[in-house]
Design a protein around this ligand. Structure first.
Ligand SMILES: [Zn+2]
Length: 509
């Protein structure tokens, strides 16, 4: 006996005064009306399922004033044992220790008496709670396939048919806390008419068709982040042999928008059993759809939930690439044959996905020099940056190819020509270092100074030049500028003019 007491205490907690008072008050109410723990039946055929139970409870009530007898009876199995044990609380007026059971709906405390089943004790002692009282008749309802509805103001059994009372339905709708209009219960992101017809919306949504009530519940993916499991929030107030008879549950989502397809909702059992929240349920279904599309053989391009079929151009436009990325993406995506399903990605990211496989070929199509193309492809940089370099390189090659070719140039002419070509291909910075390689003659130095003046670098370097070189440089500045800016067909003349002006008798051949 001592041993047993210790065991009891390990899972018992000391009752608070208010818990104890409440339990004793409830047990006293049961003395007046034992049937308060059973649902009301809507008709005679329904009542017959509870006849035996009522008789047993009635029999126990006869001993409501006999503590010894009640304690003995509380060793019985089933609802009657729990009922007897609870009635004994009304006589002893004591419940100092309480047991605790954990449920998905929360922890609940109860007073253990005799060998009565815990769940039944909870139901009898909390007969005024719409959720806990269902535990008392759960096994009976499942066995007989009964439908029972329990809310703050009612406790009703509708027998074999799912037939929730209007008051119950209103209670549930109120609990869900969403708008209710024309038989649709919906979050503010959902168009209720479309949800009723199970149409695809821009928002993915959970849709529950509560068949016996004609009500449809529709909650968008975003709002399901805070709803936990809506089906459980409803079903915890009822007993039903199989929820899927009365509730049709769907995730209405179409990862790939195609006119003809109805998607089958998966993971229904995991959802009904409470393993998945609303949000997880939607999310897993979307992932499943994506997987199925990805496994398909055909090429299909999907960006942010919108399918562009095999239309590469429209898909690429939707990515909003820069002009270089656009050319590369169009080239590369024409080559792929498998589905590509992405969301919230940059052009660069997609280029990265296919870079090793297809970028070399693309760069080769832009840059003629194969060696140069290879080294550009292998650069340690992002695809987007590499593409910019590829196209800039090509631009420079274009300019150079249009300039006249000279077989041999005398030194001063060669210097001016090199400076001008460097500027046209690589820009100002490279050119400034090229200018430093000037011929070390008065003419060469004057010419170098003239170029520096064009780039507004005269002042910085003035001290390196003689007065004469500076004067001559100032005179040559305009000629130097003409050469740097010369169109290809005027290039030779500009070069010759510069040489002549510098007092050289070199001739360009
Ligand atoms: Zn919403």
């Amino acid at each position: 006996m001592a041993k047993k007491m210790r065991r009891v205490r390990t899972f018992a907690r000391t009752a608070t005064k208010s818990q104890e008072k409440k339990l004793i008050e409830n047990s006293k109410k049961l003395r007046d009306n034992p049937f308060i723990i059973l649902p009301e039946c809507i008709d005679e055929s329904c009542k017959k399922y509870f006849v035996k139970t009522r008789k047993r409870l009635e029999k126990i009530s006869r001993f409501a004033d006999d503590l010894d007898k009640l304690e003995k009876l509380s060793n019985k199995k089933g609802l009657e044992g729990a009922f007897a044990g609870t009635l004994s609380l009304a006589l002893s007026e004591k419940a100092p220790y309480l047991g605790v059971l954990k449920f998905p709906t929360g922890d609940i405390t109860y007073a253990q008496r005799g060998k009565a089943e815990k769940e039944k004790l909870i139901a009898v002692q909390h007969f005024d709670d719409p959720i806990w009282r269902l535990l008392g008749i759960k096994d009976l309802a499942f066995k007989k396939k009964l439908h029972v509805y329990s809310w703050d103001k009612g406790f009703v059994c509708t027998g074999l048919k799912a037939n929730p009372p209007k008051e119950f339905v209103d209670f549930i709708i109120n609990k869900l806390g969403f708008s209710h209009k024309n038989n649709v219960i919906f979050c503010k992101h959902i168009n209720p008419e479309k949800a009723r017809n199970q149409e695809f919306l821009n928002e993915y949504y959970l849709r529950i068709n509560w068949k016996s009530t004609g009500k449809v519940i529709a909650i968008c993916e975003d709002c399901t982040k805070s709803t936990k499991n809506t089906m459980f929030n409803i079903s915890k107030y009822m007993l039903s042999p199989d929820l899927s008879y009365d509730f049709e549950i769907d995730v209405v989502a179409q990862v790939v928008k195609r006119a003809d397809q109805k998607q089958d909702t998966k993971y229904l059992q995991d959802y009904l059993s409470g393993k998945l929240t609303d949000h997880e349920f939607i999310h897993k279904n979307i992932k499943k759809q994506e997987e199925m599309v990805k496994q398909s053989e055909e090429k299909i391009l999907v960006l942010d939930g919108v399918s562009y079929g095999s239309n590469v151009k429209r898909f690429v436009d939707a990515l909003k690439p820069n002009k270089y990325e656009k050319m590369a993406l169009e080239f590369i995506l024409e080559k792929i044959e498998e589905p590509l399903i992405v969301s919230e990605v940059s052009s660069n990211k997609i280029l990265e996905m296919y870079w090793d496989q297809h970028a070399k070929e693309f760069i080769n199509s832009i840059v003629d020099d194969k060696q140069m193309a290879d080294s550009l492809f292998q650069l340690d940089d992002t695809p987007s940056n590499i593409l910019t370099m590829v196209f800039e390189y090509r631009e420079r090659q274009k300019i150079l190819s249009k300039l006249p070719q000279y077989t041999s140039l005398p030194p001063l002419a060669n210097f001016a020509d090199t400076v001008a070509r460097t500027y046209k291909t690589f820009g100002k910075k490279e050119t400034l270092s090229e200018i430093k390689k000037k011929p070390d003659t008065p003419k060469g130095r004057s010419l170098a100074y003239a170029f520096l003046l064009v780039f507004r670098k005269g002042e910085d370097t003035k001290w390196q030049y003689s007065k004469q070189e500076i004067e001559y440089g100032e005179f040559l500045k305009e000629y130097a500028k003409n050469l740097l800016e010369a169109e290809p067909q005027k290039y030779s003349k500009a070069l010759q003019d510069l040489l002549t002006a510098s007092g050289s008798n070199e001739k360009i051949v």
